[in-house]
Write a protein of this length. Structure first.
Length: 136
C-alpha cells in the first residue's frame, strides 16, 4: 500500500494515530505515555504496533536519531474520509443519507455542527447543479 492509500487502521492503530495527530512526530515513549494515561499498556506492545504500522504504511519512521521518531503517514481528515467511505459501503448500503441520518439520530449535534453540515450540503448541491449545467 502507498502512503496515499494505506490500509484501513484497526482500533488499536487508530488510538496510536490519534496520539500522533494530536502531538505530531513522537517517539515510542511519547506515544506510550499518552496511551498509558488512558489504559494499561506495555511499552513493547506500543513499540511492536508502531513497527507494524510502519510496515503497513500508516506511519513514517525517522531513524536518524537514536530514538526513532514516528509520524502519521496521512492526515486525520484523509483517514476519517477513508473510514466513513468504508462504513457507508459496509453498514449503510452505499447511502450517505443513511449514514448521516443514523449519525444525527444517535448523537445530539450542536448548532455549530449543524451549521457546518448545512454548509457542506450547500457546497455539494452547488457542485451537482454546476455539473448538471455542463452536461446540458
Amino acid at each position: 500500500m502507498t502512503a496515499s492509500n494505506p490500509p484501513r487502521p484497526t482500533d488499536a492503530e487508530l488510538e496510536i494515530l490519534s496520539v500522533l495527530w494530536g502531538r505530531g512526530p513522537s517517539t515510542v515513549r511519547d506515544v506510550h505515555d499518552v496511551i498509558v494515561e488512558r489504559r494499561p499498556a506495555q511499552y513493547t506492545t506500543t513499540l511492536k504496533q508502531l513497527q507494524i504500522m510502519a510496515d503497513k504504511g500508516l506511519v513514517r519512521r525517522n531513524v536518524k536519531q537514536r530514538a526513532h521518531i514516528y509520524e502519521a503517514a496521512v492526515p486525520r481528515e484523509q483517514t476519517q474520509r477513508q473510514l466513513a467511505g468504508d462504513l457507508i459501503d459496509r453498514a449503510f448500503g452505499g447511502s450517505a443519507k443513511s449514514l448521516l441520518l443514523g449519525a444525527l439520530s444517535s448523537h445530539q449535534a450542536t448548532a455549530d455542527e449543524l451549521a457546518e453540515i448545512r454548509k457542506v450540503l450547500d457546497e455539494h448541491e452547488a457542485k451537482l447543479k454546476e455539473s448538471g449545467r455542463k452536461k446540458l
